[in-house]
Design a protein around this ligand. Structure first.
Ligand SMILES: *Cc1c(COP(=O)(O)O)cnc(C)c1O
Length: 368
């Protein structure tokens, strides 16, 4: 007695995908990225599964960090966007959060705070993404300022982020790695020390496609959830297992004549006599409204194409060619056998966006 729409979250798939991360980069430590409710999979559930396995977690802000800390996660948690105001520094110190510093103001707040204990800091360098991070001389100046502060623990990690690691043919990633190494060596010169500086540059795409980017710390996100971030086909992608199966059920079936149309604005018209099934999922559940007719769904393991516009609570699919379809049959919208990336392609969006936008209305159910 419940609406049958739900996202099954597979514990074994998440652990499998983490093992794949380690196979790609056996010598790196891992900061598992669980921002945006763990890409829609449920950050408390996912972080608790990964807590025994990973070295640390990454989230976008202190609210996300507190959510998983209060749910029992005891590993360090890095705030990827740092702090948004000075008062967050003390909260971070009290809760063993690490802070990404990406500008002079954040550095000043940290150095000038009175805090209970020193904080672990990562320093973000801008090597071409031009979104966050310090450039060249500025990075060296801020590193030195933080390095001299009693509020900062030893071993500041130097980090950067790639703009295009998902494009395997595009050489920009190599240029960013080169620029990063230049900043690292000027820093070593400047500090006049031979202490090794720990570095972190790789997101999922870089872990998979750019071996030179696998440094002391990697930052896997999307691939932990079993989806390939790479824009072109890659057999690396086959190693991953989708952690989420989005499913619902057929709640109505009808036959329509050739020439009749289905759904709002009648955008899909039957080219033959057709069997149309209505499924209890819509854009209010996170299924993209921009999905075009023809977007695949799976019924009894067979592809059933979307027919007509996506409604808020329902979609209609063409099951003419599928035998033994009845009300109550399970429909898979994405998961094993149907990548969320494929649904995204049919909807002019990315798998990342579909997952990160899943609403609270859609329950997640943990399965082994
Ligand atoms: C989100 C994020 C990641 C993870 O990226 P994926 O493509 O999901 O692996 C890594 N680093 C930073 C700074 C991020 O914001």
């Amino acid at each position: 007695m419940a609406r049958p729409t739900k996202a099954l979250i597979s514990k074994s798939a998440i652990i499998h995908n983490f093992n794949v991360v380690q196979q790609f980069a056996p010598h790196s430590k891992n900061l598992a990225i669980v921002k945006a409710n763990a890409y829609g999979h449920g950050s408390i559930v996912v972080a608790n599964i990964l807590n025994p396995l990973v070295n640390a977690f990454g989230v976008s802000c202190i609210e996300e960090a507190l959510e998983i800390r209060n749910a029992g996660v005891d590993k360090p948690i890095l705030l990827l966007e740092g702090v948004f105001s000075k008062d967050e520094i003390a909260v971070a110190a009290d809760n063993d959060f690490w802070i990404m510093i990406s500008n002079q103001l954040q550095s000043k707040w940290l150095v000038e705070s009175r805090i209970s204990k020193a904080i672990n800091v990562w320093l973000k360098v801008d090597t071409g993404m031009h979104r966050l991070g310090l450039m060249n001389e500025e990075a060296i100046k801020v590193y030195a300022e933080l390095n001299n502060s009693n509020n900062v623990n030893e071993g500041i990690v130097l980090a950067t982020h790639f703009s295009s690691a998902d494009e395997q043919d595009y050489q920009d990633t190599k240029i960013q790695i080169q620029k990063f190494k230049q900043v690292q060596s000027s820093l070593i010169n400047h500090l006049n020390s031979d202490a090794k500086i720990q570095c972190s540059v790789a997101n999922s795409a870089a872990i998979m496609a750019w071996p030179d980017s696998r440094l002391e710390w990697n930052r896997p996100g999307f691939m932990l959830y079993g989806n390939s971030p790479l824009l072109s086909e890659s057999n690396y992608a086959d190693k991953l297992k989708p952690a989420m199966t989005m499913q619902s059920e057929i709640i109505s079936i009808r036959s329509i004549e050739k020439g009749e149309s289905v759904g709002y604005n009648k955008v899909w018209t039957a080219e033959r006599q057709s069997k149309i099934a209505t499924v209890a999922i819509g854009y209010g559940d996170g299924y993209p409204q921009s999905a075009k007719s023809g977007t695949p769904t799976l019924v009894n393991g067979v592809i059933a194409p979307l027919a007509g516009k996506v409604s808020m609570d329902m979609i209609t699919i063409d099951v003419t060619d599928i035998s033994n379809v009845s009300v109550g049959a399970t429909v898979i919208l994405w998961g094993e056998g149907l990548s969320v990336n494929e649904v995204a392609k049919c909807s002019n969006t990315s798998g990342y966006e579909i997952l990160a936008r899943l609403p609270n209305r859609t329950p997640t159910v943990l399965v082994e």
